[in-house]
Design a protein around this ligand. Structure first.
Ligand SMILES: [Zn+2]
Length: 89
């Protein structure tokens, strides 16, 4: 069992969360200017390090908020939990 530290609810079972992938992947400034290969690289290519890795998580069965945390992929220990920035419309 993996305990994931939600910044609002505290440590909870991994079954309550949805994985959102690598954090800090910037949307292209001019997506129409990208080649098919560049667009595919943006959509599908992510880092796969052994060690510290920033990830997005959603507490889907809890507070339903998104947040970013850093997980050590070799030990599954979490650090640097931070809330997602507020979205303004
Ligand atoms: Zn939560």
């Amino acid at each position: 069992m993996l305990l994931i530290p939600c910044p609002w609810c505290g440590p909870r079972d991994e079954a309550e969360f949805h994985y959102g992938g690598q954090a800090h992947v910037a949307y292209p400034d001019d997506p129409a200017a990208l080649s098919d290969e560049e667009w595919a690289r943006y959509l599908f290519f992510r880092d796969n390090p052994k060690g510290r890795f920033a990830e997005r998580w959603s507490h889907a069965a809890g507070c339903r908020r998104w947040f970013t945390l850093t997980r050590d992929t070799s030990t599954n220990t979490f650090t640097n939990t931070s809330a997602a920035p507020e979205v303004t419309a």
